[in-house]
Write a protein that binds this ligand. Structure first.
Ligand code: PLP
Length: 420
């Protein structure tokens, strides 16, 4: 069967024809030939409670009875109003304004534009952005600019703007990161620091402790640098708390959320900002308007899905599920600590990761696609980042399913030794 579809992050010359999914439910996706595949990566980190949670599906159906897309400049609607109120309530204190968009990348673009607008409109323009080494913030030109440079964006390098990079706070080297930021903050005035709190996702599920975040915020505050928390991956319980920033006891100036916002059911994003940032754009001078929009800004059906997601957090013991999953992840992956075939065995909340020891590491490591095929044959959707294997499941995953996953990872290590 031929296909006209050009898939994302897919090398069509070498990768097999992807299975067609005809049904999703809970922790599983089901192929057209009836194979059930355990979604161990929450369909690229978006699914939180499980696929097709009945309350979210019902909310979507219900919303379509009265609304579809409505222009969001000059008009408003209840789902967006209610959701904004809820988001302000549940995010760290001081984030009082909600700006909607439709993907993680756009929520970060919005954050960067807000930061520059803030300084400019206040009469002290600043334009440099400080970023953490190995970060990922999206695939648009702006978000690639603030993310790690590499094979993914080499072709677009001429379009990317310059940023200042501070080292990843590796265990035992955290002070280097803080010193680098301190130096940058002292030397010149940066507009903003953008960070993925606690876990750097696409950079390889790199984890660092909450106190580093607390210190970075302190330095940012002292130097008038805005602190942008990109919680697109870490939000909605992924790291053990609703938002990762909570573990550091900090309130960012800007917070980006997307992936889990609708429980993973529909595309939607929000960038939350402090009143100071809103005020900088609030003026009788229309030049100070925040000039940004996407066609599908605040899609009412997506907002209804997000409200249903919040309802699930309120009405079901989701926090307990997250705590239990976090505990299971830590216990089950522990069998590989000290195992010479692996290194950097780690967890933060519900996210677990480990690095396969291979000769050729990195995203293009030979082992990546082979591992993917190996897991898929066993009915497991696992998508290693090069030699980094991670398990980031929906919160409905069971202990038995996790055991199956970790047994397969154990077996997969043999595959790596073949390649070596
Ligand atoms: C996935 C991700 C993004 C980009 O989100 P999209 O919806 O894919 O555009 C941005 N930041 C982080 C931390 C992410 O994990």
């Amino acid at each position: 069967m031929s296909s006209a579809v050009w898939h994302p992050f897919t090398q069509h010359a070498t990768e097999p024809v992807p299975p067609t999914i005809v049904r999703t439910e809970g922790a599983y996706v089901e192929t057209c030939d009836g194979k059930r595949i355990l979604d161990a990566i929450s369909s690229w980190w978006v699914i939180t409670h499980g696929h097709r949670h009945p309350k979210i599906m019902e909310a979507i159906r219900e919303a379509t009875e009265t609304l579809d897309q409505v222009i969001f400049a000059g008009l408003s609607h209840d789902p967006a109003e209610q959701l904004a109120e809820v988001l302000v309530d549940m995010t760290p204190a001081g984030l009082d304004w909600v700006f909607y968009s439709d993907s993680g990348s756009t929520s970060v673009e919005v954050a960067l534009k807000m930061a520059l607008g803030f300084h400019r409109n206040n009469g002290f323009p600043r334009s440099r952005i400080v970023v953490v080494e190995d970060s990922y913030h999206g695939d648009t030109i702006g978000t690639m600019s603030v993310g790690a440079r590499g094979v993914f964006n080499a072709a677009y390098e001429p379009l990317l703007f310059e940023v200042d990079i501070i080292p990843f706070p590796a265990i035992g080297h955290e002070q280097k990161t803080l010193d680098a930021f301190e130096r940058l903050a002292r030397e010149y005035k940066a507009a903003a620091l953008i960070v993925e709190p606690l876990v750097l996702g696409a950079g390889g599920m790199l984890m660092y402790p909450a106190w580093v975040l607390t210190e970075l915020k302190r330095i940012a505050e002292r130097s008038g640098t805005l602190f942008i928390a990109d919680e697109v991956m870490t939000g909605w319980g992924r790291t053990g708390t609703m938002f990762a920033c909570e573990q550091a006891g900090i309130a960012p100036d800007i917070l980006c959320t997307s992936k889990g916002l609708t429980g993973g059911s529909l595309p939607l994003a929000a960038t939350l900002a402090t009143d100071a940032i809103f005020r900088a754009h609030y003026s009788r001078d229309r030049k100070k308007t925040f000039f940004h929009s996407s066609s599908y800004t605040a899609n009412p059906i997506a907002c209804a899905a997000a409200l249903a997601n919040v309802g699930i957090w309120n009405d079901e013991p989701v926090a307990k599920r997250v705590a239990l999953l976090s505990k299971m992840q830590a216990e089950k992956i522990a069998r590989f600590s000290g195992d010479p075939r692996f290194e950097n065995v780690r967890t933060t909340g519900t996210v677990a990761a480990l690095d396969l020891r291979v000769g050729n590491a990195g995203y293009l490591a030979e082992v990546g696609p082979r591992l993917r095929a190996f897991f898929l044959e066993r009915g497991l959707l696992v998508r290693p980042l090069g030699n980094v294997i991670y398990v980031l499941p929906p919160y409905c995953v069971t202990s038995g399913e996790l055991d199956r996953l970790y047994d397969a990872i154990d077996e997969a290590a043999g595959l790596a030794s073949d390649i070596r």
